[in-house]
Design a protein around this ligand. Structure first.
Ligand SMILES: *[C@@H]1O[C@H](CO)[C@@H](O)[C@H](O)[C@H]1NC(C)=O
Ligand SMILES: *[C@@H]1O[C@H](CO)[C@@H](O)[C@H](O)[C@H]1NC(C)=O
Length: 320
């Protein structure tokens, strides 16, 4: 049985971040298993994240899984931690930021316990448990936010990424999946007074791209997101940038840290009108999302690794 964890983050506003809490969300950034262990897109995205950390500013990084292609890491001493993470995300503005990490299907093809253990070896790598909760406060205000990080592979099973749209096969351990879901229900109920609630996992709930919506998450997660008026669900897995909205819940897909794929083969599988933004140009050097929480709004900005702002949307605070 997995232990339940609550992690408190102390936030200090940096750069232009006074009165706001800001973070960068990047998914599917995990390099390649052969030298140089990073793709040009990962390198370009890391450089752009460094610039964004300086301005507009960031207090932490949310890593949305597939941290190490293609089969995760072997143990906590695996050189991939240096080759694909530490040495790539080394620009000064980024070096100082804590990373809060969750696992994707490629991480589960290796040793996720080793990724948890690596939290003891790197001052910036924070991965305390398969799923955990962060309490956030917008500096200088009383506005609080909750960020719940999930393990959607434990919840829904492994996916074969090499088959087109191959869905997760169902959880390997049904009791562990049920325990995670019970934990999520309890954390969402406890977040009733938080101004913003963000939920993050690797697999999408909604996506128009290669993998499309995840049926398991439509069944398990979507009703909870709606019932608890969650501000946004953030994920990766599909290798592009997307924003969708359904019933007041924002769906952020940020899976462009290493690969970029243009297909919208599941365009007909999302609710009509839900897709507000899609970017997956194959010639693009990658991208990520910047989130800015202020008492009056949570602003999501999608940035290309060139620094170009691709799309911006402001999500309202929850009605408390
Ligand atoms: C996974 O990593 C942990 C931490 O380094 C290590 O103790 C364990 O032996 C590894 N498991 C396997 C199967 O190699
Ligand atoms: C925060 O709440 C406390 C207690 O209710 C109040 O005294 C204080 O003025 C509030 N601060 C801000 C910035 O709203």
């Amino acid at each position: 049985m997995l232990a339940l964890l609550w992690v408190a983050v102390t936030v200090t506003a940096v750069a232009a971040g006074g009165g706001a809490l800001q973070f960068l969300a990047v998914g599917d950034w995990g390099g390649v298993p052969d030298p140089p262990f990073a793709t040009p897109r990962e390198v370009a995205t890391a450089a752009a994240m460094g610039r964004a950390a300086a301005a507009p500013g960031a207090d932490f990084v949310l890593a949305l899984g597939d941290n190490f292609y293609y089969r995760g890491v072997r143990d906590e001493w695996d050189p991939r931690f240096q080759d694909t993470f530490e040495r790539v995300f080394a620009v000064p503005g980024l070096r100082a930021l804590p990373w809060f990490v969750l696992a994707g299907n490629h991480d589960h093809a290796g040793n996720v316990t080793a990724q948890l253990a690596y939290s003891r070896r790197s001052p910036r790598w924070h991965f305390p448990h398969y799923y955990y909760s962060l309490r956030l406060r917008v500096p200088g205000t009383n506005a609080t936010a909750r960020l719940l990080l999930l393990d959607t592979v434990l919840l829904c099973g492994a996916a074969d990424d090499f088959g087109p749209g191959a869905p997760p096969r169902g959880p390997a351990d049904a009791a562990a999946a049920a325990a995670q879901l019970a934990w999520l229900r309890a954390r969402l109920a406890a977040a009733a007074r938080d101004r913003f609630v963000l939920v993050a996992g690797h697999y999408p709930v909604w996506s128009v791209a290669e993998h499309g919506p995840t049926a398991c998450l439509l069944r398990l997660l979507r009703p909870l997101l709606r019932r608890h008026r969650v501000t946004a669900y953030l994920c990766g897995h599909d290798h592009n940038l997307q924003f969708l909205e359904e019933d007041g819940v924002g769906y952020v897909v940020s899976g462009a840290g290493n690969f970029m794929e243009p297909t919208q083969r599941h365009g007909g599988a999302v609710p009509p009108g839900a897709l507000r933004f899609f970017y997956g140009a194959p010639e693009s050097p990658g991208g990520f999302a910047h989130l800015r929480l202020e008492p009056h709004a949570a602003t999501v900005t999608f940035l290309e690794a060139t620094g170009r702002v691709l799309y911006r949307v402001a999500l309202p605070p929850r009605d408390l």
